[in-house]
Design a protein around this ligand. Structure first.
Ligand code: WTA
Length: 640
């Protein structure tokens, strides 16, 4: 029996049991049968969560791009690898075959080499969702450079922090990007960022919007002329299994963003194996994930997972609302999409638009629907199931994280019976545990607690770039010998998991992880602000929105409060990006603090949720009187 493609529930349980009882044998078989290696491993797994140190397929040698490209050439050379759908529906879609993609990656890889990029160097990629983004990612992997893709919605400050943290020597960007009816000056953002990045020697610029940009002599170069001159052959660098493949930043509850490091072999095996099973991809299917490659979902399930399986993966440059809210469904019809993977926030926004824009299009090609990024609420689940899947396409509610590299808890479509709002069962090889606050594992069903994982899986991030101690403290210190996810979850009577949300100070807004600390730091930069605290509150489209409680330096501040609110959001946009803007800002004279000076966010959260009936014990506060004044102020607050 091949373990690679699971087709029945019985088979799931069988394979799952094997993956838990004999994880090394199990993953060895998967790795052996389905990938191309220069040299096989000496050891499948060694691990120690106390250090923490995790190594998969040690001793093996490979290149991921040979697995994603070269190996498909004999059988799939003329099959579409990437189907690019531009922002403007009137612009033609582009079908890039495996053969063409292979050539484009090789050319780009040669450009990188000619520009002095070497194995192990870090390259920052700050591009919109155009084919060059996927090509740049694969070109780095081809020569063993470590890519660090930064989502092109991040501000110049956020970009420079990420460039400097892992010391990138090159930035790949474009002259700008399209976003619906707007254009964005990406190159201008890069120029601003690079004012504080002295180690970046080269900027390669792809042409997209044909705008006038400034070119800094000696640093900036147009990409196309370099590609035109480059050779179409580039031998793949032979990488060790545990060589880093990429760094991807994610927000922490405190401090600067964490550069999660993913390595080569384990990441490839797990992203490919999950893709095949969780989307039940069959040859000739057209698969579309609407995420941006700037996030982990795009890395694993637009680029690496699909290409490792020889799939056709759609890259969409635009937004769901342009030219109107029917765009997603128009694309589904146009390209006869079979698997469609998106985020609850998009589903909620589209559900609000009514059904005419859905019913206009033929969605009968759809077989599997996916959801990722935050808990999907029951209403959105049913809307998706009824109107998009017509009750025929199972919804895979996939729970995972930047840190996990691949999907961890999810139904397998046509195998696992789905249940609204439940991510259902652990995927093959994943051993979840629910813990109580005292560190005891909660056994049995119908329990809820903090979600941990007890055993390593191939694509777990290996460290935080430059800060292994922080990796240990964040993920391996809360519970002994377990990886702690930061999420809460419950297990129902049949063993299905439902993710209940973050239990730390990370807030998920429209599916984007935002740490409270960096936003508060940004707000505190405003000259009139003394202190601030951010909490989340429910929002019908974004899932959560941000509520800021702000203390002004001058109690008698006479400036217009709405102007202050705008200025605060402007600072946040500059420091982080528009995704982190606050929906509500309440000016207050104090914040509830513990005697040790920590802000009691629990109380602020309740006020923001308008749930003040049970605030819990406030007597231990340093300043209990402030609570009532915040409650009174909240009632008179206006939305921004
Ligand atoms: C949340 C995204 C509920 C969760 C792949 C996690 C989810 C964080 C789900 C990671 C889901 C992701 N149900 N919650 N299906 N998927 N989350 O790193 O809180 O951007 O810890 O990775 O998103 O977000 P990240």
């Amino acid at each position: 029996m091949s373990n690679y493609h699971i087709k029945h529930l019985e088979e799931y349980y069988q394979v799952y049991r094997k993956s838990v009882r004999e994880p090394e044998n199990f993953w060895e078989e998967v790795a052996e049968e389905h990938f191309m290696w220069h040299k096989k491993w000496d050891n499948v797994l060694s691990w120690d969560f106390t250090k923490p140190e995790i190594k998969w397929f040690e001793g093996a040698q490979l290149n991921v791009t040979e697995n994603c490209l070269d190996r498909h050439l004999p059988t799939r050379g003329n099959k579409t690898a990437i189907l690019f759908e531009p922002n403007d529906p009137k612009e033609a879609a582009e079908h890039i075959t495996y053969k063409q993609l292979h050539e484009r990656v090789n050319k780009f890889a040669n450009v990188l080499k000619n520009q002095g990029v070497e194995k192990g160097d870090r390259v920052c990629i700050y591009l919109p969702m155009i084919p060059e983004l996927a090509v740049a990612v694969l070109a780095c992997a081809r020569i063993g450079a470590i890519h660090s893709v930064v989502f092109a919605g991040f501000s110049s400050t956020a970009l420079s922090t990420r460039i400097n943290d892992c010391d990138c020597k090159m930035v790949i960007t474009s002259d700008g990007s399209y976003r619906g009816a707007k254009t964005i000056d990406l190159k201008g953002i890069v120029d601003e960022a690079l004012e504080s990045c002295p180690n970046v020697k080269t900027v390669l610029v792809a042409k997209r919007i044909l705008s006038n940009i400034s070119i800094k002599e000696g640093r900036d170069q147009w990409l196309q002329p370099l590609l035109d001159e480059a050779s179409t052959t580039c031998e793949a660098e032979v990488m060790n299994a545990e060589d880093p493949l990429f760094i991807l930043y994610t927000s922490g509850s405190t401090g600067k963003p964490k550069g999660m490091v993913h390595t080569t072999a384990g990441y490839m095996v797990y992203s490919a194996y999950t893709f095949k099973n969780i989307f039940q991809y069959r040859e000739n299917d057209i698969y579309w994930c609407t995420a941006d490659i700037g996030w982990i979902t795009g890395h694993s399930y637009i680029v690496y997972g699909p290409l490792a399986n020889g799939a056709t993966t759609v890259m969409f440059e635009g937004v769901p609302s342009y030219p109107d809210f029917g765009r997603f469904w128009e694309i589904v019809e146009k390209h006869k999409i079979n698997q469609f993977y998106t985020a609850p926030t998009a589903i909620r926004a589209l559900a609000k638009q009514g059904l005419e824009l859905v019913e206009k299009y033929d969605l009968s090609s759809l077989k599997v629907l996916g959801s990722v990024g935050e808990p999907i609420n029951e209403e959105a689940w049913h809307w998706y199931n009824d109107n998009i899947g017509k009750k025929q396409s199972p919804i895979v509610d996939t729970w995972w994280q930047t840190e996990t590299g691949g999907i961890m808890i999810s139904p397998i479509p046509f195998v696992t019976p789905t249940k609204p709002t439940y991510a259902t069962l652990p995927f093959i090889g994943i051993q979840p545990a629910l813990m109580d606050e005292n560190g005891n594992e909660l056994k049995g069903n119908q329990v809820s607690g903090r979600l941990c994982v007890k055993f390593p899986w191939p694509s777990i991030a290996r460290t935080i770039w430059g800060d292994h101690q922080r990796y240990k403290d964040t993920y391996f210190s809360a519970f002994e010998n377990k990886y702690f996810t930061g999420d809460g979850a419950l297990r129902d009577e049949v063993g299905y998991y439902r993710i209940t949300g973050r239990v730390d100070d990370v807030i998920i807004v429209s599916g984007h992880n935002l740490g409270t600390a960096p936003i508060e730091d940004a707000i505190n930069e405003h000259p009139a602000v003394a202190e601030s605290a951010i909490v989340g509150f429910p929002h019908d489209i974004k899932g959560n929105a941000l509520y800021g409680f702000v203390i002004l330096k001058d109690v008698g501040e006479t400036r217009d409060q709405n102007n202050l609110r705008k200025e605060i959001n402007q600072i946040i946009t500059e420091h982080i990006g528009p995704i982190a803007k606050l929906d509500k800002i309440q000016f207050t004279v104090g914040l509830p603090k513990t005697r040790s000076g920590k802000i009691m966010r629990r109380i602020l959260r309740k006020i923001a949720h308008n749930d003040i009936s049970n605030l819990g014990d406030t007597s231990t506060l340093l300043n209990p009187e402030v609570v009532q004044s915040i409650i009174d102020g909240a009632n008179s607050e206006s939305t921004n």
